[in-house]
Design a binder for this molecule. Structure first.
Ligand code: T46
Length: 150
């Protein structure tokens, strides 16, 4: 991932972790809440076993949840849609995560055989926070824009 990568979609960003190259003894990556990660972390989960070429994850947005997605191993393609613009990002660098804010439709595909995705999340799991239909998502974006300029 280019460390200067610019996001054209709203509510997304590149997050640099603290990184020590302890050669020849490996690499050390650090993510501290409110220092590197722009929220207090309430939940951590990870996804592996993504070798199936047809695997797709996401395809939803969250109403309030903020997350940082990190490919701690391998790579995947993250497709982002803020309701106005879309962007594809190849996530392939353990020293950088992608911030995915509220009301951002996100889909993950094209996982490398060794892909492991670590997710740092701002809230405990709550199915009511999910928007799983794209037209409902577009409506929520419009409503939110009417309520406050983003
Ligand atoms: C994102 C990607 C990377 C739970 O019970 N607790 C949890 O913390 C999570 C994350 C999921 N679940 C249940 C809910 C569903 O029945 O596991 C099932 C699959 O969950 P979800 O649709 O969230 O899975 P993904 O991998 O498609 O999406 C998740 C995040 O929701 C998403 O925002 O970025 O992981």
């Amino acid at each position: 991932m280019n460390p200067k990568l610019k996001f054209k979609v709203r509510r997304a960003g590149l997050i640099a972790l603290q990184f020590f190259k302890d050669s020849p003894d490996g690499n050390l990556f650090i993510a501290e809440a409110r220092r590197h990660i722009p929220f207090a972390i309430k939940r951590v989960y990870f996804i592996n076993n993504l070798a199936n070429a047809k695997a797709v994850r996401g395809r939803h947005a969250h109403r309030r949840l903020e997350q940082v997605l990190i490919a701690v191993s391998g790579s995947f393609v993250l497709q982002l849609d803020d309701g106005h613009r879309t962007q594809r990002v190849l996530v392939n660098d353990a020293s950088h995560g992608v911030y995915v804010g509220p009301l951002l439709w996100h889909t993950m595909t094209s996982f490398s055989y060794d892909c492991v995705i670590l997710v740092l999340a701002s809230e405990w799991f709550d199915e009511r926070d999910y928007i799983r239909e794209h037209d409902v998502f577009l409506q929520a974006v419009m409503t939110s824009r009417r309520q406050k300029p983003m």
